[in-house]
Design a protein. Structure first.
Length: 73
């Protein structure tokens, strides 16, 4: 490996806007994040499914599981 062409690889403490911190490695000297797995709605289970005008029900009616036809003898 050539010495002068690779960026420095630092051990840094990543900080989220919610206050969570953890150690990681990066080529940047410090990391400040807006959202992390501790505060993201998908990972915390606080995500809401918004159904506008019954679209989910209409989709399940159209593409949902259908009854299998009776087995032919």
């Amino acid at each position: 490996m050539k010495e002068t062409i690779h960026p420095k690889y630092h051990e840094v403490e990543a900080r989220c806007a919610c206050g969570a911190t953890w150690k990681t490695h990066s080529t940047k000297p410090e990391l400040h994040l807006e959202i992390c797995s501790s505060c993201h709605p998908f990972f915390t289970g606080k995500q809401k499914l918004i159904d506008s005008a019954g679209r989910v029900e209409r989709y399940t009616r159209k593409y949902g599981k259908k009854k299998e036809p009776a087995a032919q003898a």
